[in-house]
Write a protein that binds this ligand. Structure first.
Ligand code: PLP
Length: 390
């Protein structure tokens, strides 16, 4: 009997400690962690510098509220804006909150232009969070079912389909923004055409829409650059971050550029916990380590290594549809549901995730080393081959 609400189908394991890409359960069994708390533990587990930064900050000041100045929050905003080429940041506690800020900002921007029902274009198979607005934006009926009435002001098009977006521009004068993941995570590690973001940028510019990127999963080095949009050579108007930003501490951010950065005024938006000194210290240290250890390039190289290794292992194996991804966001699509693989991997001491029913998703810590990646390829290749050989 658990006193927790029945919201998760958890694996029958709990972890006692971790180090780098490794976790140990209560019985002392060791696991290779290719989930990283769902793209959160960017520096792996128990990173000494992150632990040190947290200890020092906890001994100094944890929380004061946004009634007062918070120098660490200022520093974090400056650092993020500098890295992303954006102008302003709002710091919050999670991905859904970062998207909520983005959605609210866009609506206010639309009202400022005299649009009474500001509408945001969102994608099929997208995931943006579990709050009412973000689950409405999400392109997955399972996430929405039972929570109707949904929020108004969203129109949906297929992902990676520029013509569908262009068509909406023809007849819908209420559109104010496009909200899109540069690579869809929960949707099954869907990588769009290399020109997709550029084309979206062009359409947004042509119609005065804001381009809002949900980089909650793709950001902070995950896809091989600080932000995935940098590989497309564009800059968004609004960007949501969370997951890897705090190296495990709950923190999110909504960044904005140009007119979008000037929308919110005092009283328009806020958060009690958002950007407190402890969370900001964690994010600042995470960013410092990613920078100093060149972890973006490392993620790009190791991602390529893992994808190449898996392709070799699974070459010609019936039932393997595709190995794909960007940096250390990797998907192996099979031709059948494979949630069962999560349990089998766990038994072998490997933590993986399955999303969209038939895509094995790997999101290892950015610090994964080559020998560890080789073990991951070996173990997963074998598991998938055994699973498909029935
Ligand atoms: C995880 C995720 C979210 C939601 O973040 P939470 O911190 O769980 O609210 C939103 N968008 C994307 C792309 C995500 O991967």
């Amino acid at each position: 009997m658990s006193f927790l609400m029945n919201t998760y189908a958890r694996q029958p394991v709990s972890f006692a400690r971790g180090e780098g890409v490794w976790l140990w359960d209560e019985a002392g069994r060791k696991y290779l962690d290719a989930v990283a708390g769902v793209a959160v533990n960017s520096l792996g587990h128990a990173h000494p510098r992150l632990a040190q930064a947290l200890c020092e900050q906890a001994h100094t000041l944890i929380h004061t509220s946004n009634l007062y100045q918070i120098p660490k929050q200022e520093q974090l905003a400056e650092r993020l804006c500098h890295l992303a080429g954006m102008d302003k940041a709002f710091i919050c506690n999670s991905g859904a909150e970062a998207n909520e800020a983005a959605i609210k900002l866009t609506r206010m921007y639309g009202h400022g232009k005299g649009i009474e029902i500001p509408t945001i274009i969102v994608m099929e198979r997208s995931f943006h969070g579990r709050t009412m607005a973000t689950l409405t934006a999400t392109g997955n009926r399972k996430v929405q079912a039972g929570f109707e009435p949904l929020v108004k002001g969203f129109v949906r098009v297929p992902y990676n389909d520029i013509a569908a977006v262009a068509q909406i521009a023809e007849h819908n004068k209420n559109v104010v923004a496009v909200l899109v993941e540069p690579v869809q995570g929960e949707g099954g590690v869907q990588v769009p055409d290399p020109t997709y973001l550029q084309e979206l940028r062009r359409l947004c510019d042509a119609h005065g829409w804001l381009l809002m990127l949900d980089e909650i999963q793709t950001g902070i080095g995950r896809t091989g650059t600080w932000f995935a949009f940098q590989q497309a050579g564009i800059v968004p108007d609004v960007m949501a971050l969370a997951k890897g930003l705090g190296g495990g501490m709950p923190i999110g951010a909504c960044l904005a550029k140009g007119v979008a950065a000037e929308v919110f005024k005092p009283g328009n938006h806020g958060s009690t916990f958002g950007g407190n000194p402890l969370a900001c210290a964690a994010a600042l240290e995470t960013l410092a380590v990613v920078d100093e250890q060149d972890l973006c390039r490392h993620a790009s190289e190791l991602g390529e290594y893992i994808r190449a290794g898996l392709k070799t292992q699974l070459n010609g194996v019936m039932g393997v549809v595709e190995v794909r991804g960007a940096g250390l966001m990797i998907g192996v699509e099979l031709d059948r549901p494979c949630v069962e693989l999560v349990r089998r991997a766990l038994e072998q001491g490997l933590l993986i995730n399955v999303t969209a029913d038939n895509v094995v998703r790997l999101l290892p810590p950015l610090v994964i080393q080559r020998d560890e990646a080789a073990q991951l390829i070996e173990m997963l290749g074998k598991l998938i081959k055994e699973f498909l050989a029935v």
